[in-house]
Design a binder for this molecule. Structure first.
Ligand code: TGC
Ligand code: FAD
Length: 393
């Protein structure tokens, strides 16, 4: 059996009728790019734990970096549903590809666009949009993951510059980055964002090796040892945890769409395999146990699609709440990881092989269910929204 081509998308509830022609064109162009640029290389990259060469510049060429950033800064000025559809198609290829695009778009370009000075926007955004410059986002630290407000990274005002010390851990694209948006505490203990550039002395980015997940993506640390950051690199327009958390709202929204792509890739592959593979004299798709799995996959994919589309509409109207985004991130990642694991079983022994995508997606989704707020943290956000009682501390 050949690898399932990305030609179709299950659309059981005719959701395409709710999309514009522009949405469908954008989705198709990203799908075509994933088919031609990502699919021939992704298994080897993941098996060898290497990134795909020129990935960011290619993502820039197809407009996947900062799609909703205004055109005057190099973005495409698209709506939130377009952003979601792009993420969905990228993650159909691999979560590492969507991760690269979502960090650059939501965690680096978004804060510079929302909280940056005009000079910062002009200096960084066009290069980030084209992929000539790679960005990273530093919030998590070795001792502070789910609880970023306790971060230790800090900076002092030294008159003509800030002096930055501390370390960030688990940072996507750290070893490759040209700049990093780093969240640290000022002398009053308030969280602010700094743009740290690769050339700054005392800034290093050691790679994290031996991952079993997101193997086609580089992860590393951001280490700041008396780094002198020019004052013009402070993001001037936000103070407090709401700065980084606003970026996470955008990235978590993109993940909610993205993981549908991974689930769809697994579902489509399993469906095709089940129709072609014969045991006991008939296709395994003819057995009730396998039909139950396939029917449940499609049900969950359809529910996830509907959740995302309405969330996208709310986001377009600036009505989406952080708790609504948490619900979608939590639900959709969980259904995707369940579909990846269960669909692998439909392929029997073949399901463990690299020519099929399930093991790769399942392993990737182990990171996705943890980053951008763990599955448990998002449940507690929903719980707090419902009850008004904070169960974190
Ligand atoms: P809390 O006291 O609730 O809030 C502090 C301030 O922040 C405001 N706020 C938000 N603002 C915007 N968006 C949100 N989602 C917000 N949530 C809270 C809040 O209103 C308050 O504002 P103010 O003005 O009153 O000061 O904060 P807390 O310390 O109790 O923490 C809340 C909690 C646990 C929900 C939050 O810290 C959290 O989400 N933790 C999870 C951490 C996380 O998601 N880290 C992600 C790191 S980045 C990453 O994983 C990238 S992976 C990239 C990839 O490869 O794709
Ligand atoms: P912890 O916070 O130590 O949590 C451990 C466990 O305890 C989890 O199950 C959690 O749900 C649970 N827990 C914690 N608090 C509570 C509570 N109050 N109640 C109940 N249970 C609780 N971060 C960045 O800043 N930038 C990046 O680019 C980035 N990329 C990443 C890439 C990868 C591949 C990975 C794996 C992570 C990345 N992260 C990044 C970090 C990610 O956001 C954190 O791993 C995540 O927020 C969880 O933090 P932690 O790993 O320290 O786990």
């Amino acid at each position: 059996m050949s690898y399932y081509p990305l030609t179709t998308l299950p659309d059981y509830y005719l959701m395409d009728e709710l999309l514009t022609e522009e949405h469908k064109l954008i989705r198709q162009s990203v799908r075509d790019w994933v088919e031609s640029f990502v699919m021939p290389k992704i298994d080897e990259a993941a098996q060898n734990h290497t990134d795909i060469p020129n990935l960011m510049k290619e993502l820039g060429k197809i407009g996947a970096l900062g799609p909703y950033i205004p055109e005057e800064y190099g973005g495409s000025g698209l709506d939130q549903i377009s952003y979601g559809l792009i993420m969905q198609e990228l993650e159909r290829g691999d979560s590492a590809i969507r991760s690269a695009a979502s960090v650059q778009s939501s965690l680096v370009m978004f804060p510079i666009n929302e909280f940056g000075s005009e000079e910062q926007k002009k200096k960084f955004l066009p290069h980030l949009a084209s992929g000539e410059m790679i960005g990273a986002f530093g919030l998590t630290e070795p001792n502070h993951g789910s609880d970023p407000s306790s971060m230790e990274t800090h900076f002092e005002d030294k008159g003509d510059h800030y002096l930055l010390n501390g370390a960030k851990m688990w940072i996507t694209n750290a070893p490759l980055c040209d700049i990093a948006v780093v969240w640290g505490k000022n002398e009053e203990g308030k969280i602010q964002g700094l743009i740290v550039e690769r050339a700054f002395e005392g800034f290093t980015t050691p790679e994290t090796h031996h991952k079993w997940s997101l193997r086609a993506s580089k992860t590393g640390e951001l280490v700041f040892n008396n780094v002198k950051v020019p004052k013009e690199n402070l993001l001037p327009n936000v103070t407090g945890l709401k700065g980084p958390l606003s970026c996470l709202n955008s990235a978590r929204y993109g993940i909610s769409w993205g993981v549908i792509g991974a689930a769809v890739d697994c579902y489509c592959t399993a469906l095709q395999y089940a129709k072609e593979r014969t045991q006991f004299g008939k296709p395994i798709a003819g057995f009730q146990l396998q039909q139950k799995k396939l029917a449940e996959f499609l049900t969950e994919i359809t529910k996830a699609q509907l959740l995302c589309l309405q969330l996208g509409r709310l986001k377009n109207d600036h009505k989406a709440t952080p708790a609504q985004i948490s619900m979608a991130k939590r639900n959709n990642v969980k259904i995707a990881i369940d579909i990846a694991r269960e669909s692998r079983q439909i392929l029997g022994g073949m399901g463990i092989m690299g020519e099929f995508p399930m093991m790769r997606h399942a392993a990737n989704l182990e990171s996705v269910i943890t980053y951008e707020g763990t599955h448990d943290v998002h449940l507690l956000i929903t719980g707090m929204d419902i009850t008004g009682i904070n169960a974190f501390g």
